[in-house]
Design a protein around this ligand. Structure first.
Ligand code: AVJ
Ligand code: FE
Length: 433
């Protein structure tokens, strides 16, 4: 195998080790449904193996189905998350055995494919990028499930840099066009394509994500009780849920606490806020006299290199993320303090745009002009135009394989179990522009 194929083989091992680590727990915890929002963990585990069988073995490898009778059970479209515990899904032992059997044949396909050939699933090993990213995305979802289970565990306190010195609150992005999306990232999903020109007016965007200290000021200013800051839908959500702080926060003894993977700790005021829904992010922004950035504004501030007139793969350039540039890959089960990654700044000076927390944007999830679904409609296309908002940048739980300046995530505006935060923006006045 050549170097590229060796690297893919290593990524396959790494992501599988991650899935196995998250499911290395008692059977009872794996088969239980911790929240109607989430699948039982054992469903995710067999689903990633079934996806690998469908795409790598059958579609790319032309291998006879191993277990066609279980396809239906792991079809996310046939069975919503809340119904999955009542399905006759594989138990933990069977699930591990099944995914191992699939994996045993996957390296043969990797060995055989022509990376430069005409098959778009083979070219640049696209189908391997697809399954590696897919499994990492499910691993992140499994982490959210584990946190909801309130079983202590999975807190890793791998070192994170400390917070940076105070700096500019916002950075200016001058007016002008940029190329949004990509035609060149080999493992980009269909929803990131094609690259297209977007012309933006000048705007300011926060240098850093909104932190817990600033968010607490919003709470203590009565932000959750003032309908002025909320959209009608957001106010409806706020009244119905009686939310008064981010998910996992409680107030006790005069201070704010948050429960992180089952363990309470005082809210660290210098960390980006996380576990807020789109409605909360949007309300905070209005309270602060700002707004959420559009998806285009977010991407330009993150990835555009105005001097080179091209998009970077990461804010700092095209070099792979290292520990000094971004907090990715579950090094620690938390966002890094604000200002921890000056070396990860974008061309415009925005920091912590990848890693730490997914950032809500103002935009709905829509196709780019010229979108073509590939390789299947159910990854992106069926979600376009529905009640979803786009999140960008990737959280501390996202793996570098599934993070780039063009990567798009989406969720319902009420969701907060995900590792979601935000930053604000505002339009620049003509003099400033
Ligand atoms: C892109 C995170 C919204 O989890 O529903 C996993 C990713 N798609 N399996 C999801 C996905 C198919 C997707 N999100
Ligand atoms: Fe999936």
């Amino acid at each position: 195998m050549n170097d590229f194929k060796e690297r893919i083989a290593a990524e396959l091992v790494a992501v599988r080790n991650r899935s196995l680590a998250y499911t290395d727990t008692e059977d009872d915890l794996l088969v239980r449904q911790h929240s109607p929002l989430m699948s039982p963990l054992v469903w995710d585990l067999a689903h990633v193996g079934n996806y690998e069988e469908l795409w790598v073995l059958r579609e790319a490898g032309g291998i006879t189905p191993l277990r066609p009778e279980i396809d239906d059970l792991y079809d996310a479209f046939k069975h919503p998350r809340k119904d999955r515990p009542s399905l006759p899904i594989l138990g933990p032992g069977e699930a591990r055995h099944y995914i191992e059997g699939v994996r045993g044949r996957v390296l043969d396909v990797l060995d055989a494919i022509d990376l430069e050939g005409p098959d778009p699933l083979h070219r640049d090993a696209f189908v391997f990028g697809l399954v590696i990213q897919h499994e990492h995305q499910h691993d992140e979802t499994m982490l959210a499930t584990l946190q909801l289970s309130e079983e202590p565990g999975l807190v890793r306190d791998g070192g994170l840099p400390s917070g940076g010195p105070a700096g500019a609150e916002e950075v200016l992005v001058p007016a002008g066009p940029f190329l949004m999306g990509t035609d060149t990232q080999p493992w980009a999903y269909d929803n990131e394509r094609p690259a297209h020109r977007v012309d933006l007016a000048a705007y300011w965007i926060d240098r850093l994500p909104v932190g817990n200290r600033a968010y607490t000021a919003f709470i203590e200013d009565g932000g959750y009780d003032d309908p002025r800051w909320w959209t009608p839908e957001g106010w409806g959500w706020r009244r119905q849920t009686r939310a008064h702080a981010p998910l996992f926060w409680t107030r006790d003894g005069g201070i704010w606490w948050r429960t992180r993977f089952g363990r309470p700790e005082p809210v660290p005021m210098d960390e980006p806020v996380q576990h807020v829904c789109w409605y909360e992010a949007d309300a905070y922004a209005r309270w602060a006299g700002k707004r959420l950035p559009t998806e285009a504004e977010w991407e330009k501030a993150c990835g555009w290199d105005p001097a080179a007139e091209r998009s970077r793969t990461y804010p700092w350039g095209d070099d792979a993320p290292g520990p000094g540039r971004a907090n990715l890959g579950h090094r620690a089960a938390r966002p890094a303090p604000l200002g921890a990654f000056p070396a990860g700044a974008s061309a415009y000076g925005a920091e912590q745009m990848v890693g730490d927390v997914w950032e809500w944007t103002a935009s709905r999830f829509l196709p780019y002009p010229g979108f073509r679904s590939f390789p299947y409609r159910e990854y992106s296309e069926v979600f376009f135009g529905k009640d979803y908002r786009v999140l960008r940048g990737g959280s501390w739980a996202a793996d570098p394989a599934a993070v780039r300046t063009t990567f798009r995530n989406w969720d319902h505006p009420i969701r907060r179990q995900i590792f979601s935060g935000f930053r604000c923006a505002r339009s620049a006045s003509p003099e400033q522009a």
